[in-house]
Design a binder for this molecule. Structure first.
Ligand SMILES: Nc1ncnc2c1ncn2[C@@H]1O[C@H](COP(=O)(O)OP(=O)(O)OP(=O)(O)O)[C@@H](O)[C@H]1O
Ligand SMILES: [Mg+2]
Length: 323
């Protein structure tokens, strides 16, 4: 592929992907991640997923917010040890954002002044096809990580049906190269999605879902939550255990409007530590951090003040019990 000099490339469309000055989308060489926690639960999921991917089947992690879908998808992509392209689902995405489109123009000007008394100029302007991430991954045998793919409209994702089943990508004639692209044998695809009741997501097409192996994720087990809180929140195991137990009890209490996730554990741990406080019921700062992070998650309707009034005793009680 030719790199187009910047001054010769002009946007043909205002809705440009961030790749318009180059012919290839950004490809990631993922470094090993030191902050990744691998407990038996995570190891088990990873091993199952890797086996499906190596056997040639796309893997799809589905689950509520904060259940580790994106982290796991990127971890798997690292394990596969090949370049990776990342795509985030979005209502605004169209097929061209996945496969590519005519995102620029190439201007060529020929000035012929060979005989000094004769000046001949010739100019032609051609649209310039730019491959997007799916095409690039299919062509070169990269791993495609498509995070929250059900935020994109189903019709934008239709192009993936033949990629996953017939391993063939159909491209418009405008691309000028092959309009049928045979998918590279190393191509692998990992998808994540949030449940259909979440705002802003579309129902996954049955046909697409049928072509993937879906692994349903739920909140991590206690051991994994403690290990993640300890590592990501930079606290001791004992402190991590106390925070995790408060969050897990709050989840079980049935008073949650938004179920608190591992993110709440990490925030509480990190900020408590940063503020030089102790993970103890008697520590005013720790209690304050817990209140800030957790009161918005409880299930009380009505005005903010009223919600807070009802949530505070529940959280206080849990802090007293576990910390
Ligand atoms: N195995 C792990 N090791 C270390 N940290 C992890 C691990 N899994 C998840 N986390 C941390 O937990 C948090 C939530 O994980 P992640 O963002 O992957 O969840 P998600 O399911 O993709 O959430 P959402 O649906 O909101 O995008 C992140 O801060 C992430 O760093
Ligand atoms: Mg995510």
């Amino acid at each position: 592929m030719v790199r187009i000099p910047v001054d010769e490339t002009k946007p043909a469309d205002t809705k440009m992907p961030n790749v318009f000055l180059e012919n290839e989308p950004t490809v990631l060489e993922l470094e090993p991640e030191p902050g990744f926690v691998e407990t038996p639960q995570i190891k088990n999921i990873t091993e199952r997923a890797i086996a499906y991917l190596k056997a040639g089947f796309p893997v799809h992690f589905s689950g509520p917010a904060g259940t580790g879908k994106t982290t796991l998808a990127l971890h798997l992509a690292r394990q596969l040890g090949q370049p990776c392209v990342l795509l985030f689902g979005d209502e605004e995405l169209g097929t061209s954002d996945l496969i590519g489109g005519e995102f620029g123009v190439r201007r060529r000007k020929l000035v012929d002044n060979f005989i000094h008394s004769v000046l001949k100029t010739e100019e032609d302007v051609r649209s310039l096809w730019v491959d997007s991430r799916v095409t690039s991954a299919c062509k070169n045998g990269f791993t495609l990580v498509y995070d929250e793919f059900n935020r994109s409209r189903p019709e934008a994702n239709n192009v993936l049906l033949s990629v996953l089943e017939e391993r063939m990508l159909t491209l418009p004639m405008a691309r000028q190269e092959d309009d049928y692209l045979q998918v590279h044998p190393n191509f692998k695809a990992i998808f994540t999605s949030n449940p259909e009741e979440y705002a802003g997501v579309h129902k996954t097409q049955d046909a697409l879902r049928d072509r993937m192996v879906t692994i349903d994720l739920d909140f991590f087990d206690r051991e994994t939550e403690i290990a993640i809180t300890k590592l990501r929140g930079s606290v001791s195991e004992q402190e991590a255990r106390k925070i995790v137990d408060v969050i897990r009890a709050l989840r079980r209490s049935g008073k949650c409007r938004y179920t608190p996730t591992i993110r709440a554990c990490i925030i509480i741990a990190k900020v408590t530590k940063l503020r030089g406080a102790k993970v103890k019921a008697g520590d005013k700062v720790f209690r304050e951090v817990c209140m800030d992070v957790l009161t918005s998650q409880t299930n009380q309707m009505g005005e903010y003040q009223e919600r807070k009034r009802k949530a505070v005793p529940v959280i206080q009680d849990l802090i007293r019990r576990y910390c």
